[in-house]
Write a protein that binds this ligand. Sequence first.
Ligand SMILES: [Zn+2]
Length: 101
Amino acid sequence: MVPLAFLQNVGLPELIIILVIALLIFGHKLPSVARSLGSSVNEFKKGAKEGELEAQKQEQAMSQIKCAYCGTTYLPATVGAPCPGCGGKPGTPPAAAPEKK
Ligand SMILES: [Zn+2]
């Protein structure tokens, strides 16, 4: 029998045995390993969320806003910036729109 022959028939039972042995050897380190793994996963999620928010913000800043009152399209410098055409703020109901002078 070739020494490496056992690698060719490693099935589920063998994997379970190896896992149990590894658990017995590294079992006492498991809580800290799990903790560091969990914190890194959390960190990754936070980073992904931040990137998503940043992309969303950028997309919003890149998209033009059409004024609901005077029809002017403009690029808002900040979200919720007043319309340069009439001074009305996007999202406010027409009743609250300032009167044209
Ligand atoms: Zn306007």
